[in-house]
Design a protein around this ligand. Structure first.
Ligand SMILES: [Zn+2]
Ligand SMILES: [Zn+2]
Ligand SMILES: [Zn+2]
Ligand SMILES: [Zn+2]
Ligand SMILES: [Zn+2]
Ligand SMILES: [Zn+2]
Length: 333
């Protein structure tokens, strides 16, 4: 409104024309000028208001009545100007309020939309955005903390293995990008342990360690602890020892059978095969290359046992047509 007025006032031709017409109406009927205020023709009123006292003096130089009327008009218009200012202030206030209201509404709507876009963690009921969450195969969402807890708890409780939601396994693959590296490493280790049949697991025999020793660290019933480096017998679970394990039932029963049957055993500790001679001489050449006496088990030619034992000779000839013996390999695992 104000800028319109100043624009029009800045147009000298228009201003002069309007002032002229107002002047004419002043001259013809001064008291009726209050119409400007009454009909709330603020624009025109503002223009008239611009007629300064000097102009009024000049305009009504010879007419005291006109001067009085114009001054009166000026006062009324001054009041009107104040009212206009008040009104535009009120309008501005309303507009501003409406704008602020609209802004508040849109902020509230955005907030509601954002809130609606949030997901709820099935574990802790916290709210988070999609990219901060994990969707389980059962379509339940979990926050990163609860997801980590699935694996953390499973590390400490085998009955939870593998971690599940709604009976569906939460696959460990793909967790590398979501979970902490240390947790990934600890869980991967635990997974090897859980995936090993319970009766076949070997834990370090060192009481202060007791770490799980994976099959990949085991050679010939000796498990080397990846944590402390100490060796454990996978059969008796005690510290690794030389010779046959007293708890190795298969070997023990074979050895007792060998004793009853009079079978001999290869002296080579890395072989220890049991040999049953069916025919032939007492000179045994084991598959491992060791040569020993079938009677006493000593290395060949280190004992005084007979080279032949007549009772074992089946064909009874001067020399055997063929010698034969069976070999028993003690079970390796
Ligand atoms: Zn959670
Ligand atoms: Zn679920
Ligand atoms: Zn250990
Ligand atoms: Zn043992
Ligand atoms: Zn041998
Ligand atoms: Zn001998």
């Amino acid at each position: 409104m104000a800028s319109n007025n100043s624009n029009r006032a800045a147009n000298p031709a228009l201003a002069e024309e309007v002032i002229e017409s107002i002047t004419q109406s002043f001259l013809s009927d001064p008291p009726s000028m209050a119409f400007l205020f009454e009909i709330r023709n603020w624009e025109l009123a503002r223009l008239v208001f611009r007629l300064q006292r000097d102009d009024i003096d000049a305009l009504a130089a010879d007419n005291p009545e006109l001067e009085y009327a114009l001054n009166l008009q000026l006062q009324e218009l001054s009041i009107a100007e104040t009212l206009i200012a008040d009104e535009s202030f009120a309008i501005r206030a309303v507009i501003q309020y409406e704008e602020e209201y609209r802004l508040a509404v849109s902020i509230a709507q955005n907030h509601l939309e954002a809130e609606a876009a949030l997901l709820t963690c099935t574990g802790c009921e916290s709210r988070f955005t999609r990219h901060q969450s994990y969707k389980a195969p059962c379509n339940h969402f979990y926050c990163m903390e609860c997801l980590a807890n699935f694996f953390e708890y499973t590390i400490n409780d085998e009955s939870l293995y593998p971690p599940k939601c709604c009976g569906q396994e939460i696959p460990f693959e793909g967790m590398k990008t979501l979970l902490d590296n240390k947790l990934i490493t600890r869980y991967a280790k635990k997974q090897v342990e859980y995936d090993t049949e319970a009766t076949k697991r070997t834990y370090c025999s060192v009481s202060t360690c007791k770490g799980f020793v994976p099959a990949s660290n085991t050679i010939n019933e000796v498990a080397t602890c990846p944590t402390c480096g100490k060796r454990t017998c996978t059969i008796c679970k005690a510290a690794a020892h030389r010779g046959d394990c007293p708890r190795d039932e298969d070997t023990q029963s074979l050895l007792s059978l060998a004793k009853t049957e009079g079978w001999q055993r290869c002296y080579n500790t890395k072989c220890h095969r049991v040999v049953a001679l069916t025919t032939g001489c007492n000179h045994i050449t084991c598959v491992c290359g060791a040569q020993f006496c079938y009677v006493c088990g000593a290395r060949w030619r280190t004992c005084d046992c007979p080279r032949w034992n007549e009772s074992w000779l089946v064909d009874g000839g001067d020399r055997p047509r063929h010698a034969g013996h069976r070999l028993f390999q003690p079970p390796q695992d």
